[in-house]
Ligand binder design. Sequence first.
Ligand SMILES: Nc1nc2c(ncn2[C@@H]2O[C@H](COP(=O)(O)OP(=O)(O)OP(=O)(O)O)[C@@H](O)[C@H]2O)c(=O)[nH]1
Ligand SMILES: [Mg+2]
Length: 319
Amino acid sequence: MSKKNKPEKHDDFGGFRAGFSVLVGRPNAGKSTLTNALVGKKVAITSAKPQTTRHTIRGIVHRQDAQLILVDTPGLHRPRTLLGKRLNDLVADTLAEVDAIGFCLPANEKIGPGDKFIAAQLAAAGRKPVIAIVTKADTVDRQALTEQLLAVAALGREVLGEEGWKDIVPVSATDGFQVDTVADVLISHMPPSPPLYPDGELTDEPEAVMVAELIREAALEGVRDELPHSLAVVVEEIVPREDRPEDSPLLDVRVNLYVERPSQKAIIIGKGGSRLREVGTNARKGIEALLGTRIYLDLHVKVAKDWQRDPKQLVKLGF
Ligand SMILES: Nc1nc2c(ncn2[C@@H]2O[C@H](COP(=O)(O)OP(=O)(O)OP(=O)(O)O)[C@@H](O)[C@H]2O)c(=O)[nH]1
Ligand SMILES: [Mg+2]
């Protein structure tokens, strides 16, 4: 590179900003739904069950003058299993690598010990800007929202001192209220930088992981108690079916669903296989949209005894 073309030491990249923001919060706070709303496409699965997200997911927001890479994380909580501890460690590692932190607190739940536990960890994480995001604003009336914003501000002063959070933004991911504002605020904390991802790329999730997640999302629908936590999904292979006409390809997608006990296997499969068929039908639509091809989905349910507490099995299942 000739000297002339070398970037200046204080190059501001023509005003372009790019960087990483992590979204943290209790399980079920609405992090993944907000990630999808900001990206404008579903990159993370969501559900009414806590602990839906189990690995960090990057979603990318493209603007004319900025690129915001969102890192959606598993909900933080006091861990009860080895899996829970691994997920918390994952979030802690992520905090160290980002430019700003979005702390999600739902508008419709009182601030509790769980939120204070996270707030204390954020305060300990150093001088990263923390933006409090009050999610699910559509679920409460104006007065309740105002009260929650005040309570969140007070929590910020409690853990960070007089200055508190860098910003507090109420948002509704489901009706779009203030979604752009959340992006604006996070982007304002990104450093000058050239774009970090190719234009138009919305996530760096591998396809096989997205496929497994769509199946887990479908399987979470309608199950109760411990089962959501006990479920893990692994895509074994995605292969093109041979002897198909060129204009009508078909992919064979072979997938294992792992549960922790035989009784759970029976629930997932359902009477005469009815539940598993339903899961397949519901997941297939999303997977075909993702891959842009028709698929044949081959689902198998297996028991991996107490995998959430077993270091060896955790590794096998990708944790
Ligand atoms: N009404 C309303 N519901 C929301 C909103 N955002 C999320 N939800 C619901 O809240 C539940 C949890 O949402 P998720 O996005 O999966 O929450 P999460 O924080 O990613 O949860 P974990 O991955 O388990 O930590 C789901 O049932 C969502 O539909 C919102 O803006 N308004
Ligand atoms: Mg999530």
